[in-house]
Design a protein around this ligand. Structure first.
Ligand code: SF4
Length: 598
């Protein structure tokens, strides 16, 4: 029997993003799922009860209320999520001085000093940590601050503070990528048939066979490592089960699966890995009939028809392809082994075979000019169905981090000791000094370039719309009380939430932080549902109308940018304020017993 004190509560947090690669809002990143799985299988001093909190999915965490009774908080963050990650970790310590905090991910690993300073973490883990996380948690829970360091220094691949200075332990060797066989989807907060994932996600490799200079993946995941064939099949079976249980959204039994490998199909020259992938894909057919799969690949599969056909047979119908640039000098400079002319031929072949291609482009490379960037847009839209775009952005641990001169949020040179404006590290503007474009000019260029594309965000907007309709249908069939005003308000709130993600995904917040505030507003609406049920009908009706109109405006804002978008964002922002005030009044009236009206 488990003794109560042996059970410890862990919250694994992925903070809200400030934009960037938005499809990841629809599809969870898996770092926390594997760490949670590692804690589940750990056999040590304690049993760990886990909750994985994706702020983009579950709404923002309240470090005071939501971390009450939690023993350990773990935070991972990409670069533009880092400020929020630091904030939550810092507040966690302020509200709950006993809580233990662990940071990690591609930002905090290489910049652990910054993470200690701004997030006040106890420990930062470097790179992957499934094999040490159980041991680390046990040490933090059992050893007092004074004696802890003697134990921490034996844990490989972590940083901690020793006499006020950051100390890092060495790690040799790489983690077996299927150390945790099955990601722990069941610990995701609020994952229910009423609120399923938009699609499944599967990891079959870590790292990459290539070495592009700007890439952070190869810094975070060293070496190209495949999970075993058996684990692959088990993970596919897990997804089928999740879909059958309603935890992945499906239609007529079919559902989407995003293969999160940074390079699922190795190029022909990586013979051993390529042959292995081919054999696996040929065996996948029996396990993926109900899946519509999406992967990241190189255009070179257009020259490897055997592999390309195996992908199609396994139901991989959509491929994200790193096009980056059509300028040969740029490609050479970033160590991208590809020829522009060959790229065109390969993409044409892939299109003809029936792949739906998402071309990932990077602008602002050293040989780019405004003219060449616009030409890239014209070309890339001919050879791909959807596109993504990012400005060249320096990322920690890549060579650009030290060589490109950073700017502050006003586009001026960053002062000594000033923190970089991470919320702008979304790929939508230059965050470093460049003699061709200022930060503001680069933003303008980004908008003009994007306007020529068919953004993949359009696709995800559609997925969110489908999910929204699904949720609304579900809500209306499961209602006991019929179509009363409060249930209509609940529908409107659902609709509101479902449009805030596309707005954030499409980067249409115009500095108004709309997605986060809509999350807070929805939370407030939920918390006032009882007082609202007793409030005067016209009050509820007014609120219901305002919420519906707000949802409509969010829908407009998630569409293509136009001259009025920025004003609309400001207008939405002020209406959120008005609604919040109205709800506060309902709350205080309720407390004063005035909810039934005069
Ligand atoms: S191919 Fe993609 S994942 Fe691999 S190094 Fe280049 S950018 Fe990174």
């Amino acid at each position: 029997m488990v003794v109560a004190s042996r059970v410890k509560k862990v919250v694994l947090l992925q903070p809200a993003s400030a934009g960037g690669n938005f499809e990841y809002i629809a599809i969870p990143r898996q770092g926390m799922l594997f760490l949670s799985g590692a804690l589940a299988q750990w056999e040590g001093e304690y049993l760990y009860e886990r909750e994985i909190w994706f702020e983009d999915r579950c709404g923002v965490i309240d470090p005071d209320k939501d971390l009450e009774g939690v023993d350990i908080l773990m935070v991972t963050a990409l670069i533009n999520e880092a400020p929020r990650g630091y904030q939550v970790a810092r507040l966690a310590k302020e509200y709950h001085p006993e809580i233990l905090t662990i940071g990690g991910g591609p930002q905090m690993g290489p910049l652990s000093e910054e993470a200690f300073e701004h997030g006040r973490f106890d420990v930062i883990v470097q790179r992957e940590a499934e094999d040490i996380i159980g041991q680390l948690c046990d040490i933090l829970l059992t050893r007092s601050t004074g004696e802890r360091n003697a134990y921490l220094e034996k844990v490989p691949g972590i940083s901690y503070l020793k006499d006020g200075r950051v100390t890092q332990t060495r790690r040799s060797g790489l983690i077996n990528p299927d150390f945790v066989e099955l990601p722990d989807f069941h610990s995701i907060r609020d994952l229910t048939p009423e609120n399923p994932m938009a699609g499944g996600v599967i990891e079959t490799t870590r790292g990459c066979t290539e070495s592009c200079t700007y890439c952070q993946v190869i810094q975070q995941f060293l070496g190209y490592r495949l999970i075993s064939r058996e684990t692959e099949v088990k993970r596919l079976a897990q997804l089928t089960e999740l879909a059958a249980d309603g935890l992945i959204h499906s239609r007529n039994g079919n559902f989407q699966v995003f293969i999160s490998d940074d390079l699922h199909t190795p190029p022909l020259r990586a013979v051993k890995f390529r042959d292995e992938r081919l054999a696996r894909l040929q065996a996948w057919k029996d396990h993926t009939q109900n899946m519509y799969m999406i992967c990241q690949a190189r255009a070179e599969i257009g020259q490897d028809l055997e592999l390309a056909n195996a992908m199609l047979d396994a139901n991989i119908k959509m491929a994200y392809v790193g096009v980056e640039s059509d300028n040969a000098e740029n490609l050479k400079l970033v160590n991208k082994r590809q020829e522009p002319g060959q790229m065109h031929t390969d993409l044409t072949t892939m299109n003809d075979m029936g792949f739906s291609i998402v071309a990932m482009t990077i602008i602002g490379l050293p040989y780019d000019t405004e003219e060449s960037i616009m030409e890239l847009a014209d070309w890339v839209t001919q050879v791909s169905r959807y596109q993504t775009v990012n400005f060249l952005t320096p990322l920690p641990a890549t060579s650009n981090w030290d060589t490109l001169v950073p700017l502050n949020e006003h586009g001026e040179l960053l002062a000594e000791g000033e923190m970089r404006p991470y919320h702008l590290y979304t790929g939508r503007q230059f965050v470093h000094q460049d003699e061709r474009w200022t930060m503001a000019e680069s933003r303008d260029l980004f908008d003009r370039y994007s306007a020529r594309l068919t953004p993949v965000d359009d696709l995800y907007r559609r997925i969110f719309r489908i999910l929204r309709n699904y949720r609304l249908r579900l809500a209306s069939t499961s209602r006991d009380l019929g179509d009363n005003i409060t249930s209509r308000l609940a529908d409107a709130t659902e609709s509101l939430k479902s449009w805030s993600d596309p707005v954030s995904m499409a980067g249409r917040e115009f500095g108004e932080n709309i997605s986060q505030r809509v999350g807070e507003l929805s939370e407030k609406l939920r918390s006032v549902s009882q007082p609202l049920a007793n409030a005067r009908q016209e009050v509820v009706e007014n609120i219901g109308t305002d919420v519906s109109e707000l949802a409509d405006s969010l829908k407009d804002l998630s569409g293509p940018v136009n001259d009025g978008s920025s004003d609309l964002a400001a207008n939405i922002s002020s209406r959120i304020n008005d609604l919040t005030e109205m709800l506060n009044t309902v709350m205080s009236d309720s407390r004063r017993g005035r909810t039934t009206g005069d």
